[in-house]
Design a protein around this ligand. Structure first.
Ligand code: SF4
Length: 340
């Protein structure tokens, strides 16, 4: 058993791990030959300022206050931004399709394109086209000083929320030549984003080992400053309900709903080996004579089931595929329309 400090044994230098990419066999997402460094250790308690017991909460940006006031008054529909990386034209086209249809787009980390416009610039492009932005911020590519700069710019831009993730390692994805940073992890980033006045979201992966400690880890993120939890694909509404019951209140939940509208997007989702989808979900799309219509119907059905779970304030329509950006944007808009 390793006696090194966790940050020296985790390839992402995480202090408050584990990440959501732990394999079902306990292997490390970055190096399958090794076990995740956190598996045999108890949940790491948050040692910074405990925001969950704050008597006089720190001020929020006006946009964050609007988000927090609105969440819970009606179901929110957030959609992954399907736009092509580094393309203003693609952002424009997707924004035109999604504007007025979804409550916000989640513009964040992308497995298919490690090089993206800087988060605050992308948020500005989208918001100036009428789309509310929930910015995803990963810790792979920027140190804490650069993250602080992004958070300040995002506060000026007035984004709806900031989604703090540790992010995939550079060894995965198409830019293994880049040095990974991981100066902070998602929990530490949540604290920083909260201090900057943002509405802060974090991710939880109930289906990833150690499944019996995922709720406890989320509670530490709440103490660090998280307001909202995006729940990754865990197999449908029933597992999400169980996770929320275990994790408890003190945070609002927005579960992810998979959007699969063709064989290629089914294959892509299947390649993410740590995601759990309801049994037969992908096969129903593949077997259908009209995969797009079937995928949209399945997403609407699952979203409604998720929204019926106590504690859930919205859904995140999750999907997209390189080369089919606008087609995906149209599917996301169609699902959002049906959910209204
Ligand atoms: S699975 Fe994630 S948290 Fe665990 S050691 Fe690997 S990178 Fe670190």
């Amino acid at each position: 058993m390793s006696v090194l400090p966790l940050i020296d044994t985790c390839p992402k230098s995480m202090e408050y791990g584990p990440c959501g990419g732990v394999g079902f066999d306990g292997s490390c997402e970055v190096d399958a030959a090794h076990r995740c460094a956190f598996l045999h250790r108890p949940t790491v308690p948050w040692t910074g300022l405990d925001r969950s017991t704050e008597v006089a909460p720190a001020p929020r940006t006006a946009a964050a206050a609007r988000t927090l006031d609105a969440l819970g008054t009606r179901p929110w529909v957030v959609a992954d931004l399907p736009a092509r990386a580094l393309s203003v034209a693609s952002i424009d086209r997707c924004a035109a399709i999604l504007s007025g249809e979804v409550d916000a787009v989640l513009a964040g980390d992308a497995g298919s394109a490690r090089v993206q416009f800087p988060p605050a610039y992308r948020a500005h492009l989208l918001q100036s086209r009428g789309l509310r932005v929930w910015t995803g911020l990963n810790m792979r590519d920027r140190n804490r000083v650069a993250i602080e700069g992004e958070l300040a710019a995002l506060a000026v831009e007035g984004v709806a929320g900031v989604h703090c993730v540790t992010g995939d390692h550079t060894r995965t994805g198409h830019r293994p030549d880049a040095a990974p940073v991981f100066d902070l992890d998602s929990t530490e980033a949540a604290a920083l984003a909260r201090a900057a006045g943002h509405a802060v979201s974090v991710a939880a992966s109930p289906a990833a080992p150690p499944t019996d400690r995922r709720a406890a880890r989320l509670r530490e993120k709440i103490r660090a400053g998280a307001d909202v939890c995006f729940v990754n694909h865990a197999g449908g509404a029933a597992p999400v309900r169980r996770f929320i019951e275990e994790a408890g209140d003190g945070i609002r939940y927005i579960p992810c709903v998979p959007v699969v509208v063709d064989h290629a997007s089914a294959d892509l989702l299947e390649s993410f080996t740590t995601l759990v989808l309801p049994e037969d979900f992908l096969e129903r799309v593949r077997r259908s004579r009209d995969p797009r219509a079937e995928g949209i119907s399945l997403a609407v059905e699952m979203a409604r089931e998720m929204l019926a779970v106590p504690g859930v304030v919205g859904v995140n329509l999750s999907g997209g595929r390189e080369g089919a950006e606008e087609s995906f944007a149209e599917a996301l808009a169609e699902i959002a329309r049906r959910l209204r």
